[in-house]
Design a protein around this ligand. Sequence first.
Ligand code: UDP
Length: 488
Amino acid sequence: MAETARNEGHIVMAPFLAHGHLIPFLALARQIQERTSFTITIATTPLNIQHLRSAISSNNIRLAELTFNSTQHGLPPNIENTEKLPLTDIIKIFHASLNLEAPLRSLISQITQEEGHPPLCIISDVFLGWVTNVAKSLGTKNITFTTCGGYGTLAYISIWSHLPHRKTDSDEFWVPGFPESYRFHRTQLHRYLRAADGSDSWSRFFTPQIELSARSDGWICNTVEEIEPLGLQLLRKYLQLPVWTVGPLLPPATLKGSKHRAGKEPGIALEACIEWLDSKDESSVLYISFGSQNTISASQMMALAEGLEQSGKQFIWVIRPPFGFDLNGEFRAEWLPDGFEERMRLSKQGLLVHKWGPQLEILSHRSTGAFLSHCGWNSVLESLSNGVPIIGWPLAAEQGYNAKMLVEEMGVCVELTRNMESVISGEMVKKVIEIVMDQEGKGKEMKEKANKIAVHMREATTEKGEEKGSSVRAIDDFVRTILESKAT
Ligand code: UDP
């Protein structure tokens, strides 16, 4: 345990209401706790608390309920997480999250009363910018936690703050904070952002919340200093704040395979999945998944299946109904080529896993050679920490910017397509798979680069006596900084 272990203090955390945010917050809480004797309280809504409770083994992480009644905020009953909402309704939960301010204020006041002083700081989600005002008025600090990488975070916050694509007719545009020569493309933006003009409900939420977060006392970023030096240098310059890189925050190995990790029941028994992978050659399997809440269009799904079959490569595909249908509903055979699932099963070319797969176990298996991914940041970290190169298909959020960095800065990704609106063919799919899974040429190069990144990630979180990796040093520095600011 670090030198900070004897210090006492209390940190309150306020994540956004989405699994992809709750899980890294929990991982961050564990990291801080391993190195201090701080009390950590994660404050969120009752159903998300239930969810976290099943994933918490340490007694020292406390959970505090913030009152939230979804029906009072235009949401269906018992909806406290983006997970069960269709894309068209997701913005409602963002606006609804503003109502967490009053219960969070009460919680901080209560802690202050009980302990005789305010908590050391509130670590809040980049989407909960209003916490900055809560912290200032209640005598504590606010640290913003971005669950994304440095590059993706900068592009995301800068585009929402400046809407640079609205200032040009061209498809390509410059994003403030990036070098003048860098160009982003309209297709890298989610369609709600493409249409945003400052007066729509997306801009009315994101622009002010991001600006408030930019006025907090510092940022914590779920990334590794050595893997994206450019993105981090630019992010620090843009924010003019300390940015601590504490990643990769991955679920602990002990929780691997547990449905409790994300509270989901995998569509296949873990053992069956591993047995299938065990029967394959090293780096011969393509893993396909679009994250926890995305899917592709029906025509894209058909083309992807055709391309996979044509490529002859082995694959595991976590599959959900296409866009426009209930993601948790029954899967219909008509969404795939005639007899596809049966052919893949008999030939053992492909394994279709419905709804949810044991992603970490698949990515860390030696047979997995590439990942066709929507480039959500957790998926990126999980893939690269296992040295697995990526076929990019960004769909939403900051995924398009992540893919740009993976291609241009890291050289570990080839983009297949973007968004749900694009038209793709089986031929395109086959071609990209062949490039990335090639054991020679570009595929080999990408694999080597991904392996180097995996080494950086491992080293960043390693501590051997006095020798500490960059992420360990960043947590120590963050702890020292908040303790010093308490003393002044
Ligand atoms: N995940 C999983 N099985 C699935 C789909 C997703 O375990 O079938 C996990 C994945 O390992 C990752 C998270 O869900 O930890 C997805 O996070 P990411 O940031 O990649 O994407 P998001 O879901 O936020 O779009």
